[in-house]
Write a protein that binds this ligand. Structure first.
Ligand SMILES: *Cc1c(COP(=O)(O)O)cnc(C)c1O
Length: 479
């Protein structure tokens, strides 16, 4: 069994084994004809059930053969130009290379004595990101597992900085389009459901700062504490960016922590054409960035940045076996002192390889391309009488709904759109997402693949219309 351990004597077997895996994935990428096969859970479950985990196959080739059936054949492929679903990006090759290196070396970024250079690389990328944001000389941060964890940590710091023992007095303000992890974090932080004040958005799905101002005033008048304002730079549904300068001014006026959730919009930090959309982000106390969304990085790669590194002390705990107090005086860089996690992946290496091979401009160019594509897609939808489109995109998301020519009830239109989404998914020809707007069923393209063209969008709109018409036609017959 020792032949399976990765070490000096097995280097050749490692090379063969990984190369074979890479070979299969490469073939898969070259031959997949759609983003999905349309397989159902009921079809796939028995295939996986049939695998006896107590009877190993013994060699990698056999396991890879089996993997074809249990995973690779029916996976959802984000690199395919007709994957237009959620906030998943196709990944860049330098990052995948970084992934292969980091898992083989297997550094753990909690302490210097488990990572050495890895720690310094992560720190340099944090400094690089903070400088792009413009957070100033005291900035710091840490890589996290994703935007959810980044938001949680930011709100933890905000809670501690609020300096109020009575948690029931704390209030968080975020737009009605903010990510659900804000609410989740509030619950985890012991703040209760009523602690999050939902601020309405304008017609472009951006937080109404006038309402925010009024709510902050009410909060103060009631003797409550405005703990944090969460501005979203790129809402998950619409890619809309809250008015950051106005929110920054209000945060200052009311002494609230300003957190910018740029999980999606962070790609603008590298953009050559649209960086100005993030103006005001430099006034934040903390920022969430998801490199695994708009920097074309593999899951996971995310970070939380803070304006004042002193705030990270709220995540610092010492253990004699790991990061004893003396290591602080000895200036040993232990990243665990800043993190909610202990054992932690060297995800930063993927971004490092990306920047060293392509540079930030290379990433920004890709993100600009998908934003341009979304603008073109919006024109297409706006000119198409079969569709209603919700907002002009600031980033790369389009929310729209099929509307039949013949008069039908809104509920019937909802059902036709939902049916079209499901039928499209089942066909495997394309994957789109869905959401609700004012209680009505809408469909959504999240465009993160620069390989997707306007004709792909047009073709998918035809497919959707076809499915929706079929649904409505059948229902007329049955009615
Ligand atoms: C995706 C997203 C998150 C959550 O990030 P994960 O990496 O999925 O945990 C938070 N906020 C926004 C605005 C997002 O789009």
């Amino acid at each position: 069994m020792r032949s399976h351990l990765l070490n000096d004597t097995t280097a050749e077997s490692y090379r063969r084994s990984v190369t074979e895996g890479v070979e299969r994935v490469a073939r898969k990428l070259a031959t997949t004809r759609g983003p999905f096969t349309g397989v159902t859970p009921a079809e796939l479950a028995p295939v996986i059930d049939a695998v006896d985990l107590d009877r190993p196959l013994g060699d990698a080739s056999a396991a890879l053969d089996e993997l074809e059936d249990v995973y690779l054949r029916d996976a959802v492929y984000f690199h395919h130009p007709r994957y237009l679903g959620h906030l998943n990006c196709p990944v860049v090759i330098p990052a995948v290379l970084g992934e292969a290196v980091l898992s083989a070396v297997n550094s753990s970024l909690d302490t210097w004595d488990q990572s050495a250079g890895g720690t310094l690389i992560e720190r340099k990328l944090i400094d690089w990101t903070a400088a792009r944001i413009g957070l100033g000389p005291l900035a710091d941060g840490i890589f996290t597992s994703g935007g959810t964890q980044s938001n949680l940590q930011a709100l933890l710091l905000a809670r501690e900085e609020a300096g109020t023992a009575d948690l029931s007095k704390l209030r968080i303000f975020s737009s009605e389009c903010s990510h659900f992890s804000v609410q989740k974090s509030a619950t985890l932080l012991g703040l209760g459901r009523e602690s999050v004040i939902s601020i309405p958005v304008d017609r472009n799905k951006r937080m109404q700062s006038v309402v925010l101002a009024a709510e902050l005033e009410t909060c103060r008048a009631e003797g409550l504490v405005p703990m944090a304002i969460v501005a979203t730079a790129g809402t998950t549904d619409f890619g809309s960016i809250d008015p950051l300068p106005e929110i920054a001014a209000l945060a200052e006026e009311y002494g609230a922590w300003m957190h910018v959730d740029a999980a999606y919009g962070c790609g603008l930090l590298a953009s050559l054409k649209r960086r100005h959309l993030l103006d005001g982000i430099e006034r934040a106390d903390s920022v969430t960035v998801d490199y695994h969304k708009s920097f074309f990085q593999p899951v996971s790669s995310s970070a939380v940045l803070v304006r004042d590194r002193a705030a990270l002390r709220h995540a610092t705990y010492h253990a004699d076996y790991l990061n004893p107090r003396r290591t602080v005086a000895e200036q040993i860089p232990n990243q665990v002192d800043k993190s909610l996690q202990t054992t932690r992946r060297f995800d930063a290496l993927k971004l490092w390889m990306t920047l060293r091979v392509m540079g930030a401009d290379g990433v920004g160019e890709l993100f600009d391309e998908v934003c341009d594509l979304a603008a073109a897609g919006h024109d297409l939808l706006a000119a198409d009488p079969r569709y209603d489109v919700v907002v002009e995109p600031q980033l790369s998301t389009l929310v729209y709904r099929y509307v039949p020519e013949a008069v039908t009830s809104p509920a019937e239109i909802d059902r036709a759109n939902l049916y079209a989404r499901k039928a499209l998914f089942a066909s495997g020809e394309a994957v789109v997402a869905g959401t609700k707007v004012d209680g009505r069923q809408y469909l959504k393209f999240t465009l993160l693949n620069p390989e997707t063209t306007v004709s792909d969008i047009a073709a998918v709109l035809d497919l959707i219309a076809g499915h929706a018409e079929q649904y409505l036609g059948e229902n007329l017959v049955h009615a």
